[in-house]
Design a protein around this ligand. Structure first.
Ligand SMILES: N[C@@H](CCC(=O)N[C@@H](CS)C(=O)NCC(=O)O)C(=O)O
Length: 220
């Protein structure tokens, strides 16, 4: 086995890559990084000095690949499987990349802003930034709701790496900014994503760590 994934089971960007790996049953060695543990953090910083996960190490090709999107494209290119995560057709691939970028930048990042703000020390929070993040997520829900009126998956009939990105983005965004009654298409899309065995497995594996998530359902 040549692939090692550095990750944390609760981390939303890591879910993107775990889902991609599980979709195609790609074998890998898991290494859980605990950034709260000095030794684990120091070892991880040697792998990727930026210190953000996931990171994939491929000894067969002597490559270290950071950034969830780049990892998922790398897997699609070098470790393809039954699910074509990135279509061969270049125009269709652009749509898939756009979907991936959309879910990262306009759903997952504002969600991270809200969660991150909760973890800040008192007196250092950013209420206006959180307000903007909530508005951005709601605007994204409107866009997704309209798109999903006649689509099964993020960019059409085929499941792709855009759906890998959408899965954690929508799962966690719904926890901090619930879909509510106004976004039924978005809720239905997340339901479809959550029926994928890959995503079921990721959520099960995160189970023991959910207690660390700082925002409780009753707060919404
Ligand atoms: N653009 C990066 C974002 C990665 C990211 O933000 N990862 C979070 C976990 S979901 C992380 O490493 N957080 C730890 C930290 O920022 O110290 C990617 O797509 O991989």
């Amino acid at each position: 086995m040549s692939l090692t994934l550095y990750y944390h089971p609760l981390a939303s960007f890591c879910w993107k890559t775990l889902i991609a790996l599980y979709e195609n049953e790609t074998p890998f060695a898991p290494v859980i990084v605990d950034l709260g543990n000095a030794e684990s953090k120091a070892a991880f910083l040697k792998v990727w000095p930026v210190g953000k996960f996931p990171v994939l190490r491929d000894t067969a090709r002597d490559r270290t690949i950071p950034e969830s999107t780049i990892i998922n494209e790398y897997l699609a290119q070098h470790y393809p499987g039954k699910v074509e995560l990135l279509p061969a057709d270049r125009d269709t691939a652009l749509q898939v990349r756009l979907g991936d970028r959309f879910y990262d930048h306009y759903v997952q990042e504002p969600m991270q802003k809200i969660v991150g703000d909760r973890l800040r020390p008192s007196g250092k929070t950013d209420p206006y930034g959180v307000e903007l993040a909530r508005a951005e997520i709601l605007s994204s829900y409107d866009i997704i709701g309209a798109e999903m009126a006649d689509r099964q998956w993020a960019t059409g009939d085929a499941y792709t790496l855009a759906d890998c990105a959408a899965s954690p983005a929508l799962f966690y965004a719904n926890k901090v900014q619930p879909f509510g009654d106004g976004h039924k298409n978005v809720a239905a899309y997340l339901d479809r994503l959550m029926q994928r065995p890959s995503f079921i497995r990721v959520i099960e594996e995160a189970g023991p760590y959910f207690k660390l998530f700082p925002i409780k359902p009753e707060e919404n």
